[in-house]
Design a protein around this ligand. Structure first.
Ligand code: ZN
Length: 173
């Protein structure tokens, strides 16, 4: 973990609720589905202000040959096409791994509200290093460095082992 106590990460208060965890578990399921389909294990869910799941997606890089096919990017585009600006601002994107800079920027441009992630980029970077995986071509940065105004919550310590295990399976096929 990047922080000593899970309720005091980054100087803020971790306010993940049971509802948040339920959506994050679905993201992890989608991540596993991606892995089983030969893709990198990332999954995301877009939830409206009233708690309705509006859209979900998973990594589709191997499936399409397009390295920008990240689920958070797909959900930002879905939101831009299907939601009003007010609806987007009140929505939440849940994701198994913190947005990369490309997806964080898309989230910011589209004006979606909160981001809740199961694992941080810092955790993913540490796990990749442990697993001997090559560094990604794009620098992993905290979402707040790309989109300073966005509310970001996570990580979820409850899901860390599970997400780490998906990445272990990816890098040790
Ligand atoms: Zn991304």
């Amino acid at each position: 973990m990047g922080c000593g106590a899970f309720f005091a990460c980054k100087g803020g208060v971790n306010v993940l609720t049971e509802v948040d965890l339920r959506h994050l578990r679905r993201c992890v399921e989608l991540a596993e589905e991606a892995l089983e389909a030969g893709d990198e294990p990332f999954g995301s869910v877009l939830v409206g202000a009233d708690g309705t799941v509006l859209a979900e997606d998973r990594n589709r890089i191997a499936a399409t040959g397009d390295p920008t096919q990240h689920p958070e990017f797909a959900l930002a585009r879905w939101a831009a096409t299907n939601m009003s600006a007010d609806e987007r601002a009140a929505a939440t994107v849940y994701t198994s791994g913190e947005h990369c800079p490309m997806c964080a920027a898309a989230h910011g441009w589209v004006g979606i509200g909160r981001i809740v992630y199961a694992s941080s980029s810092e955790q993913l970077t540490a796990w990749r290093r442990e697993l001997g995986a090559p560094a990604p071509p794009v620098q992993p940065l905290p979402v707040q460095e790309i989109v300073p105004g966005v509310v970001v919550e996570g990580p979820a310590p409850e899901l860390a082992e599970q997400v780490r295990d998906l990445h272990r399976r990816l890098h040790h096929k």
